[in-house]
Write a new protein. Structure first.
Length: 134
């Protein structure tokens, strides 16, 4: 996957978010960590809190889904504010599915790629390698 200079790469799962910016160019990707932000994880995708049962997600799953939606809301805001011009999202498959539900149209327009892999906690080199292989 080619990453234009200044592309933001969001690496997320249901509990953690890491943001990187490509300081290199499309041919020579060089990711640099960006400052982390507080994520509002109070949102629940199912429309409200439910008690846990076999028919409903458990509390930890609801918290992970809420975090995913908080990440998406933060990314949407940065895109709408003009702070992100191109974006790649790398997320665990379930997290990515939850995030896609809330992508703003403007985010979808600047999204240059997605990877459904859990790379949180992986080294910068692993992330760059996964992007190069995509």
């Amino acid at each position: 996957m080619e990453l234009p200079q200044h592309t933001v790469v969001a690496v997320a799962d249901g509990e953690k978010l890491s943001l990187f910016k490509n300081e290199g160019d499309a041919a020579n990707v060089s990711l640099k960590a960006m400052a982390s932000e507080e994520i509002d994880s109070s949102k629940i995708s199912s429309g409200g809190r439910h008690s846990s049962s076999s028919a409903n997600p458990d509390d930890s799953q609801q918290e992970e889904d809420g975090f995913s939606l908080g990440v998406t809301d933060m990314l949407n805001k940065h895109v709408l504010d003009g702070n992100i011009k191109s974006l790649v999202v790398i997320a665990a498959p379930r997290t990515l599915g939850e995030m896609r539900k809330r992508y703003h149209k403007s985010l979808s327009e600047i999204l240059i790629g997605e990877l459904d892999k859990d790379l949180t906690g992986h080294s910068l080199q692993d992330i760059e390698k996964a992007l190069a292989a995509a």
